[in-house]
Design a binder for this molecule. Structure first.
Ligand SMILES: [Zn+2]
Length: 494
């Protein structure tokens, strides 16, 4: 227990959380996979890990991702019936407009070829919007941010669980969106504008975007707008008022190196036998592009980087090797972690496992925003429940009162490990304003991070990693999963 106090003290006295947060967001900017910002983050992390004295720090290829993309200009303005700036951001991997274009805005009923055809030749040279699903914005009486209560964390339900069935039903939709965009451009439209239901109060959610993979064409210039602006356009067009806008989108594509990279670093183990075994920690490093990916997921990178820094600073001499891995391509389908798992441990599709698979004790992931750790999802691994309860106990005074649930959580990188039979865990975090405000939005920026919550998370992750590295045995495992194609292993780049 003395070590737990040392970990707390190191964080209290020498925290680097704010420094890491500032660099990964304000300084580096958005970290869309394979973009210049993403590459800057790989280099910065490599450098800082070396500076802290970690070993084997550097980027590691996981397979082919596709083209990088960065946005240099993205403006949208109403020109008729009067001038007004519109809050709007380009969708990643869309094309440029060439020069600034001024065009009439037309509205189609649904995003499909039939609705496009209904406008006939009139769609040529137009900016297209899609009739919104509703006609108003949600009321403002609900707080954006929440924390979990102290009770019920043991019984927390499944979260972010995207089932295989859901993913499989989702894929035809993504494909049809992509091909509809190509069709729209073929019919002569010059731009596409859309808006999500939650994009209110200056927050705009901007994600998706296809066409990055080799052999896939980029789609036409597309921007996501604030909901209030979008509803106004709808009302004007419905009333047969002439609406014109100016759209200026300038992007650069990068196709010299299509390889996808993660970044890794280690504290080598010191026990003659156990040093060949590994404890891993991490989260995804890539982000979307309208903010700076602060809560999704610089937060997880900040907390795990700080955790390994604490352990190195305390010169702990772990029995097992400790390895941090920060992943690319998560937002497009857990590509970085899944590629890593396939390369090192084996493909869940055939479960022909490599030797390294038997040497990873656990992988700890953080990717549910900036909220402090309240417990952990065990992914149905009964045997770790009491171990984790005991490990959380010293942190009751920091808000981690021991929520250990058997529930699963999905949609992030521990799933790649779990699919190959390696204990992979995601922590339970306070939601804060993650889903309402920052997740994939233009407001995902430094000021929406809770630095104090991240300090707490770093301490608890450091403790879990330390305990796993020093334990006599590796962590108990669930029975091996049956061979099954990985849930995100698509034949189409999403
Ligand atoms: Zn994420």
């Amino acid at each position: 227990m003395q070590m737990m106090q040392k970990i707390k003290d190191e964080e209290k006295n020498n925290s680097q959380v704010a420094m890491i947060a500032y660099n990964l967001t304000d300084v580096i900017g958005p970290r869309l996979t394979n973009s210049p910002g993403y590459n800057r983050s790989l280099d910065w992390i490599t450098e800082i890990c070396k500076k802290w004295g970690l070993q084997n720090a550097g980027r590691e290829a996981w397979g082919e991702f596709g083209k990088g993309w960065s946005n240099e200009t993205g403006t949208l303005a109403l020109k008729l019936p009067y001038y007004q700036d519109i809050i709007a951001y380009p969708v990643p991997w869309c094309k440029s407009t060439g020069k600034a274009i001024r065009a009439e805005v037309v509205m189609i009923d649904n995003f499909d070829s039939a609705s496009i055809d209904k406008l006939g030749a009139a769609i040529k040279g137009k900016i297209v919007m899609i009739k919104p699903g509703g006609t108003s914005i949600p009321d403002a009486f609900k707080a954006y941010a929440t924390r979990y209560g102290d009770t019920s964390l043991d019984n927390i339900s499944e979260k972010y669980m995207v089932t295989r069935q859901q993913m499989e039903s989702f894929l035809p939709f993504i494909k049809s969106e992509y091909y509809t965009k190509l069709y729209l451009e073929k019919k002569g439209a010059v731009g596409l504008i859309r808006s999500g239901r939650g994009s209110i109060d200056g927050t705009v959610f901007v994600d998706g975007g296809t066409g990055y993979a080799k052999g896939y064409a980029a789609t036409l210039a597309e921007m996501k707008t604030g909901r209030e602006d979008y509803l106004k356009l709808m009302r004007l067009i419905k009333d047969n008022k002439k609406v014109e806008m100016e759209m200026n989108v300038q992007n650069t594509f990068y196709d010299k190196d299509l390889t996808g990279y993660n970044v890794v670093a280690e504290i080598p183990g010191t026990d003659p036998t156990l040093k060949s075994e590994v404890v891993m920690l991490g989260g995804h490093l890539d982000s979307w592009a309208s903010g700076t990916g602060a809560t999704d997921n610089a937060a997880g990178c900040i907390a795990t980087l700080e955790a390994i820094r604490i352990l190195k600073a305390l010169n702990i001499q772990p029995k097992r090797t400790i390895r941090i891995a920060l992943w690319g391509g998560e937002e497009q389908g857990l590509y970085g972690s899944f590629g890593y798992v396939k390369k090192h441990f084996g493909d869940p599709a055939d479960m022909k496992l490599k030797t390294e698979q038997s040497k990873i004790s656990a992988y700890y992931n953080l990717d549910n925003g900036s909220g402090k750790i309240r417990g952990i999802y065990t992914q149905g691994n009964e045997a770790v429940r009491d171990i984790f309860k005991a490990w959380l106990a010293p942190f009751a005074d920091m808000g981690a009162s021991g929520g250990v649930t058997l529930s699963n959580t999905g949609s992030t990188d521990h799933i790649s490990f779990d699919a190959a039979g390696i204990p992979g865990f995601q922590f339970i975090q306070d939601p804060l304003e993650y889903e309402t405000r920052t997740h994939h939005s233009n407001m995902d920026t430094y000021d929406h991070l809770s630095i104090e919550d991240l300090k707490q998370a770093a301490v608890i992750i450091a403790a879990f990693v330390y305990n796993t590295a020093m334990r006599t045995e590796m962590l108990p495992r669930k029975p091996l999963p049956k061979a099954e194609k990985f849930v995100f292993d698509f034949d189409f780049p999403i």
